[in-house]
Design a protein around this ligand. Structure first.
Ligand code: HAM
Length: 422
């Protein structure tokens, strides 16, 4: 036998047994987004590399270590590691946000060259939202309400919690950065080589270090919230009030800074303890300077993205009450002279008259026993059986595969029977 070829590490197939749950989760996401009036956009998976370097930031892990980049003749291209940069690029390019508010969403694969582990993959899927042209905190609150509603729909709301912070303006962060660096220099011996490098390039990222001893010291570090500019402070206070009034619980986490450079003011993450190390199921925040930074007219932005693999894992872990649709409701069985055509005709008629049902016609020959075995294997509720005499008399045997009973019906009466049975 020829040598087989395996999938790339960290890039997963979705098996036919897994896709019903994925579709269920994706449908819930779509329905909630649409119920808030958001519109879907679809962007290419490949973009020019400088887009990500400029939007996400050269010194972030994503840009400096994790991008899949290649040359296409003399142009450097990258498989998108996230959706915000491409969405902003498209919005500027097509004038979607010129003097206009937009509430947009997208869903699709993203690529990061990370070390794969449970909940962290090299190809993963995000559903994301980007809202343009609304600067007041009501929209930040709406995004959080929308996600909270989705967690309820997915049956995971008891297993996720909201972390919230404001990282203020660029100026406020600069002031804070100096204070933090000064503080960390007094504890330099606790920093790993990588963290020492971060101290120079991106010291705020040290705040979410996994180093326990350092974390304890960081509890006494200057807090970003104390360095906020007046406008960011008011914006954050208004957001917190609105969330309180809407009954959304959250924890203000002064160490939450997020790993991408475009944020300002609000940042948030929904986290769970049910998935081990990769516990962030959704992250986002405001990025008021990004559109201008990428060459558009100054327009505010805010958004988030959720990791669909992590949501699917969490649903599997904690929600045992999902009623997934069966792949096949009705299996059409036929054997003998002159039975293929009536079987096909009956199945097509049923698909026209009962479009919500899933109907599979047996196509691989064999006797009734073999065909019933297949009907059981695909999980059908009913088999419709056409043998030679049924074909001659325009009849069909309807067999309940779960209960075992069967009856003979005129083909013309099958639709009415199935209407009551499903
Ligand atoms: P992010 O925090 O980098 O933000 O990713 C958002 C979510 O994608 C994470 O919370 C996680 O659930 C999922 N995710 C990220 N990397 C992986 C991975 N390697 N494997 C599995 N899941 C992963 C963004 O991407 C921003 N664009 C979000 C945003 C939109 N901010 C504003 N607008």
């Amino acid at each position: 036998m020829a040598k087989t070829i395996q999938a790339i590490r960290g890039m997963n197939d979705c098996a036919p047994t897994e896709s019903p749950l994925w579709q269920w989760v994706e449908d819930k996401v779509r329905n909630v987004l649409q119920s808030y009036g958001y519109s879907e956009v679809r962007m290419p998976i490949v973009e020019s590399t400088p887009l990500f370097a400029r939007a996400i930031g050269e010194v972030t892990d994503v840009v400096s270590k994790e991008m899949y980049t290649f040359w296409d003749n003399d142009e450097q291209l990258t498989l998108r590691p996230e959706g915000t940069a491409g969405c902003v690029r498209a919005a500027i390019e097509h004038g979607w946000i010129y003097n206009n508010e937009q509430r947009l969403w997208y869903m699709g694969p993203m690529f990061r060259h990370e070390r794969p582990q449970k909940g962290r993959y090299r190809q993963f899927h995000q559903a994301g939202v980007e809202v343009f042209g609304i600067s007041n905190p009501e929209i930040d609150a709406e995004l959080i309400l929308l996600t909270a509603r989705l967690w309820k729909e997915l049956g995971i709301d008891q297993h996720v919690s909201l972390q919230l912070n404001s990282i203020g303006s660029l100026e406020a962060r600069k002031n804070y950065r100096s204070a933090l660096v000064e503080f960390l220099q007094q504890h330099i011996d606790l920093l790993s080589d990588e963290e020492k490098e971060r101290l120079e390039k991106n010291p705020l990222r040290i705040l979410d270090s996994k180093n326990q001893a350092l974390q304890e010291v960081l509890n006494g570090a200057p807090k970003l919230l104390d360095y906020l500019d007046e406008e960011s402070r008011t914006h954050f206070a208004q957001l917190c009030t609105l969330l309180d009034e809407m009954g959304i619980a959250y924890e203000v986490n002064p160490k939450l800074v997020r790993g991408l450079d475009y944020y300002n003011k609000t940042v948030f993450e929904w986290v769970t303890s049910a998935l081990g190390a990769q516990g962030t199921v959704c992250g986002g925040g405001r990025y008021d300077g990004l559109v201008e930074q990428l060459g558009g007219h100054a327009t505010t932005g805010v958004g988030f993205a959720m990791g669909l693999e992590r949501l699917v894992l969490l649903v599997q872990e904690v929600n045992q009450h999902i009623d997934l649709p069966r792949a096949v409701d009705i299996y059409v069985v036929h054997t003998g002279e002159g039975t293929t055509l009536p079987a096909f005709q009956l199945a097509e008629k049923l698909r026209t008259d009962l479009p919500h049902l899933r109907i599979m016609t047996h196509c691989s020959g064999g006797n009734f026993k073999k065909q019933f075995k297949r009907a059981d294997k695909v999980g059908a509720k009913f088999a419709l059986v056409i043998g030679e005499s049924e074909a001659q008399n325009q009849q069909v045997v309807v067999k309940d595969l779960l209960g075992g009973e069967q009856q003979v019906l005129a083909q013309a009466d099958v639709v009415d029977f199935l209407k009551t049975a499903f």
